[in-house]
Design a protein around this ligand. Structure first.
Ligand code: AMP
Ligand code: MN
Length: 325
């Protein structure tokens, strides 16, 4: 670990322009990790820019008080001629979406991840599948680099870790997750305030959509599969943006006896996002990989180029097959 960290620090110190990016539609771990990484790079006086494809869910905007995260959708310049790119939480460069084309051959890639399906596409690769969140790895890198964490940086990393570990409740929660978070509290992270901003901050319409979606939950395979659906028209009727549905899939496993939870989100008539959650040994990442997606054993996802009903039939059939193995 320390050799790779030394190499990363060396690269950061010697680079002129640094790009920081993550997967499309970045989640709490991606956002918190990118911002904390930028805090460190600023302390080195390195020029850096955070660029992602997709919008940030409003519940994470408090982490980015200076509005430093830019979206490529609104990015009007020709490009960003970085000589170093930190790519976080991506199994491959395709997961960055349109950012991929900004990363030229002249740009060295530091690939940091905690997903098991990472393809080691970087110049330097640091993939630790035992980390509950990428935020844990960023904390360790920044500590190794001797960076004195500010309250802001601690807040960002704390948010990264609680969102990926389901507030210390998923199977990826470890002694390390809790130890790092206790240290982050020492640096000024405020658990009550951060929880409040992320989880107690829903719009009335988002809560009503949650109610509507739960009302229509369906079970299969004697209750072992819990299935939820969000149609395009539901988002329109409830007047909420797609980003506001992050975390909704977790409710599927609140059902007693449910071993696999799945949320189908209709993007358009021929595109459906599938979010998968599971308990114990049921591996949803292998299922997602069949369809070009990925993730962790108990939390994975993929996007299918088919309509909602065909996607649902296809995925439910695959889950049922996997139960029979
Ligand atoms: P989500 O259901 O979007 O919260 O994603 C759960 C997990 O699956 C996260 O670790 C994601 O990074 C991963 N994941 C979701 N969609 C994809 C995809 N299309 N390709 C690879 N990994 C994905
Ligand atoms: Mn993560």
């Amino acid at each position: 670990m320390s050799d790779i960290f030394k190499q990363i620090i060396q690269l950061a110190v010697n680079s002129r322009k640094i790009l920081i990016t993550s997967h499309m539609d970045p989640d709490g771990d991606s956002i918190g990790s990118q911002l904390a990484l930028k805090d460190w790079l600023e302390s080195l006086s390195a020029e850096s820019k955070i660029l992602n494809q997709g919008k940030i869910s409003s519940k994470y905007l408090f982490l980015d008080d200076k509005k430093t995260i830019e979206s490529i959708d609104e990015f009007s310049e020709k490009g960003y001629a970085a000589d170093l790119a930190f790519v976080l939480e991506c199994p491959n460069l395709e997961r960055t979406g349109k950012i991929k084309k900004l990363i030229t051959d002249k740009c060295k890639i530091v690939n940091l991840d905690h997903h098991p399906d990472n393809s080691s596409f970087g110049y330097v690769n640091y993939v630790d599948t035992h980390a509950g969140a990428l935020g844990e790895i960023i904390y360790e890198l920044l500590s190794f680099a001797g960076f004195q964490l500010t309250k802001n940086a601690a807040t960002r990393l704390y948010a990264a870790i609680i969102t990926d570990t389901g507030r210390f409740s998923f199977s990826n929660t470890t002694f390390r997750s809790l130890k790092i978070c206790s240290e982050l509290i020492n640096y000024g992270a405020d658990p009550k305030e951060i929880n409040h901003q992320i989880y107690y901050n829903n719009s009335e319409s988002a809560l009503k959509l949650l109610g509507f979606t739960l009302q229509n939950i369906k079970t299969y395979n004697e209750g072992k599969i819990a299935c939820m659906v969000i149609k395009q028209e539901d988002l329109e009727n409830f007047k909420i943006s797609a980003g506001e549905t992050e975390g909704l899939v977790d409710y599927s496993l609140y059902l007693r006896g449910a071993e696999v939870g799945v949320l189908f989100t209709q993007k358009n008539d021929s595109l459906t996002k599938v979010s998968l959650r599971s308990q114990n040994s049921f591996d949803v990442s292998s299922l997602a990989r069949i369809f070009g997606g990925g993730g962790h054993r108990n939390a994975a996802g993929c996007t299918i180029y088919q309509d909602l009903n065909s996607t649902r039939d296809l995925i439910l059939q695959k889950i049922e097959e996997q139960f029979k193995l």
